[in-house]
Design a protein around this ligand. Structure first.
Ligand code: AMP
Length: 284
């Protein structure tokens, strides 16, 4: 496995590979490290579909709303490298903040995302998606992949990146990969290690509620289902921020299941000091 910290070294590596194999393809999996099997499922998908898979590890400061969250974000480069090696990943990009954001390079985007950025995560984490889109655009420019792999776990993020790729006419295919869960249903996340034991045993309620909602949606009206879901999730120490049932393309709330052919339930919940997100496609 090759490790690069600089864009120019990564590009020189590709240039050489492309001379040897002009048709070789590059899959890209951007991450913030602290890798788990959710990330690795994206790597494996890319490895199976491309000649080279690049995984970037960069804890992007511009997408954190709170400095304490950025500081507390786990950094585990050695175990990350071991997991990547085991998954057949070829290239790791581990850049510094100045490599990603050189002082003289304009990396801030001056586009909006047709309102996708204003609801749910965007409403509760103002500016988060500007920072996320900024880093994904910059990393795509650094890596120049054929395919970009992102997880459905961050459904709204995938929708916004898809919107950005279309608006900027970027030559990359976006592939959304399914959510990988623990045995008890908790969606894998780098933040899960911060859950105290007493909360960890309760959090499977999130997946149970999403599954129940996917059954209920056929029989009950959406507003009563949303109220029911919030109620289920309001355990002691749990603070649901939102539980929305939205159109998978516009991310606008859907009032009736007949009004859309692509419906997704999305939720964010504070469990003590840890913020968890999850979702489930209800109709597609
Ligand atoms: P992160 O390191 O949290 O920025 O995540 C990097 C990528 O891994 C994103 O595209 C996430 O959506 C994806 N990802 C994170 N957790 C999971 C999971 N449990 N299942 C599938 N993909 C995931």
């Amino acid at each position: 496995m090759f490790l690069f910290k600089r864009e120019k070294d990564l590009k020189a590596f590709y240039k050489k590979k492309k001379l040897e194999h002009p048709d070789c393809t590059i899959g890209f999996v951007p991450t913030m490290g602290a890798l788990h099997h959710g990330h690795i499922s994206l790597i494996e998908r890319s490895v199976s579909e491309n000649d080279y898979t690049v995984c970037s590890i960069f804890v992007n400061p511009t997408q954190f709303n709170e400095k304490s969250d950025l500081d507390k974000y786990p950094r585990t480069i050695e175990s990350d490298m071991a997991l990547l090696e085991g998954a057949g990943n070829n290239v790791v990009l581990w850049p510094s903040a100045t490599e990603v954001y050189p002082p003289r390079l304009k990396t801030k985007l001056s586009i909006s995302f047709d309102g996708l950025e204003n609801v749910m995560e965007g409403y509760f984490r103002p500016g988060h998606f500007d920072g996320m889109a900024q880093v994904v655009k910059r990393l795509l420019d650094m890596v120049e992949p054929d395919k970009l792999y992102m997880g459905q776990k961050d459904f709204q993020q995938v929708a916004i990146v898809g919107n950005m790729i279309e608006q900027l006419s970027m030559p990359v295919d976006l592939v959304m990969c399914p959510i990988i869960r623990e045995k008890d249903g908790l969606a894998m996340s780098s933040r899960n290690v911060r859950l105290p034991r007493k909360d960890r045993v309760q959090v499977p309620v999130i997946h149970k509620t999403l599954k129940a909602v996917s059954r209920k949606i056929k029989k009950q009206d959406i507003s009563s289902i949303k109220k029911w879901a919030i109620d289920q999730l309001s355990l002691p120490g749990f603070k649901p921020e939102y539980f929305e049932i939205v159109d998978g393309r516009t991310l606008q709330a859907v009032a009736n299941i007949q009004y859309s052919d692509y419906i997704v339930a999305c939720t964010a919940i504070w469990v003590g000091e840890v913020r968890l997100i999850d979702n489930m496609i209800l109709k597609s």
